[in-house]
Design a protein around this ligand. Structure first.
Ligand SMILES: [Zn+2]
Length: 216
């Protein structure tokens, strides 16, 4: 990860929806909201957004009613209507969801077949928090690894941004993390007056080729 503390935080990371891991037959992805223009790619969308303040929510171009869903072949009626489970979750914060809720969600996903995308505005803090929890409760993390480190290898090096999110993952998963939050740890070390920017992203050399939905 390239970092420049003198002026701006330079973030070079995932571009477009990024595949993170498989959980049973569910293929789990993370994304920024603005990268999700094609809703037909998804079987289940899990927006992690501040439902009062976040301005962007992917628009659903077609909303067939139940009669239409019954009338048309499923690939026509359902192709533009992924299931959506919206979670109210402010930026930099954590949701009001218990460990039991996450355990139930993971159990559901383990029996779900299809493409599932978790997303927030930047695809890092809230999405990284959720993906780390799901992967940990889904028992995908090797015993010797930090769950957040593992998730960053799979998904994006900027995943999980704040200490509140860090503490929340530890509390929900009952597992210790030893990888720093990406934003607050940078901010604490940066000179005062530093600002954050997200310039045009560049593909990092040597990084494994990203999986895209178009080629499946
Ligand atoms: Zn990223």
């Amino acid at each position: 990860m390239k970092r420049e503390f003198s002026k701006n935080k330079v973030v070079n990371c995932h571009k477009g929806p990024q595949f993170a891991f498989e959980l049973g037959k569910a293929r789990i992805w993370g994304s920024r909201a603005v990268d999700l223009s094609n809703l037909s790619d998804w079987d289940l969308m899990i927006p992690l957004l501040d439902l009062e303040y976040d301005t962007y929510m992917p628009k659903n171009p077609l909303r067939p009613n139940q009669e239409a869903i019954d009338l048309f072949p499923s690939h026509i009626a359902k192709s533009f209507v992924p299931a959506i489970l919206a979670i109210d979750w402010p930026d930099m914060e954590v949701p009001y969801l218990s460990r039991d809720w996450w355990v139930d969600l993971v159990e559901f996903l383990q029996n779900f077949e299809g493409n599932v995308v978790f997303f927030c505005m930047g695809g890092h803090g809230r999405t990284g928090t959720a993906l780390t929890i799901v992967a940990t409760l889904g028992e995908l993390i090797p015993d010797v690894e930090c769950p957040l480190y593992w998730l960053r290898e799979q998904y994006c090096t900027e995943a999980l941004e704040t200490y509140r999110q860090f503490d929340y993952v530890e509390q929900i998963t009952k597992t210790q993390l030893w990888t720093e939050p990406s934003f607050e740890s940078w901010y604490a070390a940066a000179p005062s007056g530093a600002t954050v920017s997200y310039p045009a992203k560049t593909q990092k050399k040597g990084k494994k080729k990203k999986q895209t939905l178009l080629h499946q």
